[in-house]
Structure formats: structure tokens, C-alpha cells
Write a protein that binds this ligand. Sequence first.
Ligand code: IDP
Ligand code: MG
Length: 147
Amino acid sequence: MAIERTLTIIKPDAVATGHVGDVIKILESNKLAIVAARMVYLSKQQAEGFYAVHRGKPFFESLTKFMSSGPALVMVLEGENAIARLREIMGATNPANAAPGTIRKLYASSIERNAIHGSDAPETAAFEISYFFPGIELIPVSSLPCG
Ligand code: IDP
Ligand code: MG
């Protein structure tokens, strides 16, 4: 088992509905340590840069508009198999298909407004972390209670 870092975003819908604390509680109770955090209010252009892999898809315009519609909380999480573990506790992209107890089942309202983002692979995690955080902002996990 490898210690990994992954990027998560509590999306504008979950921030607007007051579920930041609920989502963090689930992350922490699944042994994902928060090693960096930043509240952002993305411009349309910044959202487009973050979701560049989806440029050209039918939902790209609407997605980037949604992601720049209000504040979001961006965090770097660290833990064993953090990338896959986060994807598991997030649940399926479409909340209608998400397993009971997952963050998207609990807090998402649609396939677009689905409460949370999580990197899907080591390469995307590296790009996404560097998109928001210079290395100096990442604190050593050993200094955290769960480290
Ligand atoms: P993921 O967030 O589960 O990795 P992706 O396929 O990478 O899902 O899509 C990125 C985001 O784009 C999704 O989280 C969701 O907000 C939005 N999205 C994906 N598919 C659709 C769709 O079919 N309609 C509307 N929005 C979508
Ligand atoms: Mg994705």
C-alpha cells in the first residue's frame, strides 16, 4: 500500500448548502489527512484550465460555469491509497448511481452539481495539486494527529 496525495474540491453546490463540515468529517474519518487547504472563487478561465481534459465535451461549458459560480474549498489529502480511497468515498459521478453513504449520494443534487471532485490517477493528482498549491504550502503529514 502506497502513501499518496490527491486533490479534492468541495464544489460550489456543497459549499452553498453548508456541507463543508460534513464532507470534511467523512474525509477525516476515512483517514485522509488534510495537508493543504484553500478557499477559492474560481474565474471561468481558471475552471476551464482545471478541467482542460474535458474541453470539447458537451458538459464542459455548463460545468466550468458551475465551478466558477461560487466559493469552493480545494484541499490536498494524504493517506494510504488516497486516490482510490477518495474516489470510493465520493461515490459515482451521477449521484443516482452512487452507493449509499457516499458523499455524492448524501450531498449531490445532479450529475453536474455533484458536491465533490477527486483526482482519478497519480498523474492527474500531480497536475491538479500543482494547479492550486506551490510545494511550500504542503505540510508534512507527520505533524497532523492522524499522521
Ligand atoms: P468525476 O468528477 O466523477 O471524475 P468526470 O467524468 O471527470 O467525473 O467529469 C467531471 C465533472 O463534470 C463531474 O464531476 C461532473 O460535475 C461533470 N459531469 C460529468 N459528466 C457530466 C454529464 O454527463 N452532464 C453534466 N455534467 C457532467
Ligand atoms: Mg474526473
